[in-house]
Design a protein around this ligand. Structure first.
Ligand code: MG
Length: 324
């Protein structure tokens, strides 16, 4: 199969997005940026056995490669315009490509997102590069640097699920017996098919002060906001939002209680808002703390005592599959 045949067979689907003037067939794609808005661009490179276990289902690789990239756009409050895909493949395996494309296009369709370009090459290691293009009004972009003293700190959805999911995949024998089958499936899905919070990001853009997506771990990502904004924070240990599956796991293995603070890969939005604006948040999100003038990050228990956090957080098999 030639490169052209490969693209024609797996990656040529009609594009119904008005933002896309040209996609495929010419030397460049052409996209319309809405008047008065700026172009947002984000690229992720994912390498097999470094960013995902090599045995990951190709559907999930395709889905997640797009999800993590869309999540960066969501974190800026952007609206997707198009996406490009670079694929480096050790071999052309039709079944693998079919499933990969199905995963990629499943999420793309949910966001009415068109694949507007890309490239394929032969390579000894499977790797892929996704670049999402989006737009936002320049005064409604969510940045990391806007957190203000007194802001509430909140996170969408639940955290820790992907970390538990990774452990379930890499070391299934260590899973607590108390986990139900549907909870195990839930954790796998949260690891392999994260939900980019695109709609939530756009809703937050007009009033949130700072935001990013949780890829490295809640505490580490919050530190990025604090550093960029020149502020500190007080966080409540017990307020971290946990799914029923994560709660089951921690109840059975209390030593894992800190994993949700450090595991990452959840792609939830971590954001800060003025307390008066909290009522404008009309989707699932949980307040976990407050921005303070005192530099540094303090995690407190229910009695207000500072809880020492491990410097590197919980090591969730970082040696096998590195954090992004
Ligand atoms: Mg990010």
């Amino acid at each position: 199969m030639t490169e052209f045949e490969l693209i024609a067979r797996y990656f040529s689907r009609p594009c119904l997005d008005d933002a896309v003037l040209l996609a495929g067939g010419d030397d460049c794609a052409a996209l319309r940026v809405p008047p008065g808005e700026v172009l947002l661009v984000s690229t992720d490179v994912l390498v097999s056995d470094r960013h995902f276990p090599a045995a990951t289902a190709p559907f999930d690789i395709g889905y997640k490669a797009l999800a993590v990239n869309l999540s960066d756009l969501a974190a800026m409050g952007g609206k997707p315009l198009g996406v490009t895909l670079g694929l480096a493949l050790p071999a052309i395996q039709p079944e693998w490509l079919h499933e990969f494309a199905r995963g990629f296009y499943t999420l793309a369709a949910e966001h009415k997102l068109c694949l507007v370009g890309g490239d394929t090459v032969k390579s000894p290691v499977l790797s892929l590069s996704v670049t999402v293009l989006g737009s936002a009004p320049p005064n409604h972009m969510l940045k990391r640097s806007g957190a203000k003293v007194g802001d509430l700190i909140a996170v969408t959805g639940t955290v820790g699920d992907a970390g538990f999911g990774l452990r379930a995949v890499l070391s299934p024998k260590t899973m607590p017996a108390a986990l139900a089958q549907h909870e195990i499936k839930y954790l796998h899905d949260r690891l392999n098919r994260p939900t980019p919070r695109v709609a939530e990001g756009q809703k937050l853009a007009p009033f949130a002060h700072a935001a990013l997506d949780v890829s490295d771990g809640l505490l580490q990502d919050l530190t990025h906001i604090l550093t960029a904004s020149g502020v500190g924070a007080d966080i409540s240990l017990n307020d971290v939002p946990l799914s029923p599956a994560a709660q089951t796991w921690i109840a059975a293995e209390p030593a894992c209680a800190l994993l949700p603070w450090s595991a990452g890969d959840d792609y939830e939005l971590l954001f800060t808002v003025k307390a008066e604006d909290w009522s404008r948040v009309d989707f699932q999100a949980t307040v976990i703390g407050r921005i303070s003038a005192e530099p540094g990050l303090r995690v407190r228990d229910a009695h207000g005592h500072i809880v020492p956090m491990p410097a590197q957080g919980f090591d969730h098999f970082a040696a096998q599959v590195h954090k992004r």
